[in-house]
Ligand binder design. Structure first.
Ligand code: GLU
Ligand code: ZN
Length: 328
């Protein structure tokens, strides 16, 4: 008899998650992703996980995690697992505490021969990168990539050619091919990683774990089968699909949602205070905020105040606009 595959152990209960970075107060755009994810799994009787994406030690602050939890509770978006209390069987739920797990998966990737040490400084990368990207993205030109990929087994783990006193980041080779996936909102997508990002980082030279590795490992280990997040992460999804493939892990479904822009057409950011929860809670009730988000998402015709759970019967991915942004 065949051993059970990882894919067959994929839980069938709809499992979503919200993975905020505790680097500031949530704004309407963050809340929009959170609400759509919550509605999608809760309308199908599923579970919702709150995972704290505190990978960036300089910018992440526990006080923001506390405020995120307070804002979600205030809005009626309750989670079944995770959060700062680490409730549930898949903890810890703060990524800053999961380094050993990421190290194990990095070792698995090292074993494929597709990783390599990169000693480039930011200046090196800027000097060798392909023509400038209009959105400021930096594409790694492959300066440190070994001549043969995958690296021969004899070179793996001894980081041949790198002086061990030099700090290096670990990069992952990407193939020059189209990575395809179907998004629940944006439909069929096809991304060439060589063209769009180049070999990407799994672990930074300062030891920090890259989002791409952490998010794939955690979503897989936590049994997440639907990922909902902003449309700015569509490119990341292709990187993540590639990681799922290399690691032999089942990929979740993906639903990206439009980014919310302010009245001047600028995408909301945690730095711009105007539409963050601290300001919104001064002038609006939770029901008004939920009604506004439901209206933006095409679930109701007017932004009438309502509770999140009153929207469960109305939720349908087909109603969510597939524009890249929505301006208020
Ligand atoms: N931490 C990211 C954010 O706050 C979300 C990443 C994800 O959902 O995969 O935008
Ligand atoms: Zn390099």
């Amino acid at each position: 008899m065949d051993a059970p595959s990882i894919a067959s152990s994929r839980p069938t209960v709809p499992t979503g998650r919200y993975a905020p970075s505790p680097t500031g107060r949530m704004h309407l755009g963050n809340l929009f992703s959170a609400l759509m994810s919550w509605l999608s799994v809760k309308s199908r009787g599923g579970r919702w996980i709150l995972r704290i994406e505190d990978l960036d030690p300089q910018r992440s602050k526990p006080e923001f995690s506390r405020l995120i939890e307070d804002d979600l509770n205030w809005l009626g978006l309750d989670w079944d697992e995770g959060g700062m209390a680490d409730r549930g069987p898949h903890g810890p739920y703060s990524q800053s505490l999961r380094g050993e797990i990421y190290a194990e998966y990095l070792a698995r990737l090292d074993a494929t021969g597709y990783t390599y040490p990169c000693t480039c400084t930011r200046a090196d990368i800027m000097a060798t990168q392909a023509p400038h990207q209009s959105d400021g993205r930096v594409i790694y030109g492959g300066r440190c990539r070994p001549a043969t990929m995958p690296r021969p087994a004899s070179e793996r783990n001894n980081n041949a050619g790198v002086n061990t006193a030099t700090r290096y980041s670990t990069r992952l080779y990407v193939p020059d091919e189209e990575i395809e996936f179907t998004d629940k909102v944006y439909g069929h997508r096809s991304v060439n990683l060589t063209r769009e990002c180049g070999d990407f980082i799994l672990r930074r030279a300062d030891g920090a774990w890259a989002y791409q590795l952490a998010v794939v490992v955690d979503d897989a280990l936590m049994g997440v089968n639907e990922v909902v997040r902003g449309s700015d992460l569509l490119l990341s999804t292709a990187q993540q699909m590639y990681l799922y493939r290399l690691l032999g892990l089942p990929a979740p479904d993906f639903a990206h949602v439009p980014l919310i822009c302010n009245s001047e057409g600028r995408r909301l950011s945690k730095r711009d205070m105007s539409l963050n929860m601290s300001e919104l809670r001064k002038g609006m009730s939770a029901r008004e905020i939920i009604g506004t988000l439901a209206h933006i998402g095409g679930l109701i015709n007017e932004p009438a105040p309502c509770e999140a759970r009153e929207l469960l019967g109305l939720f349908d991915w087909k109603k969510i606009p597939s524009t890249e942004t929505i301006c208020l």
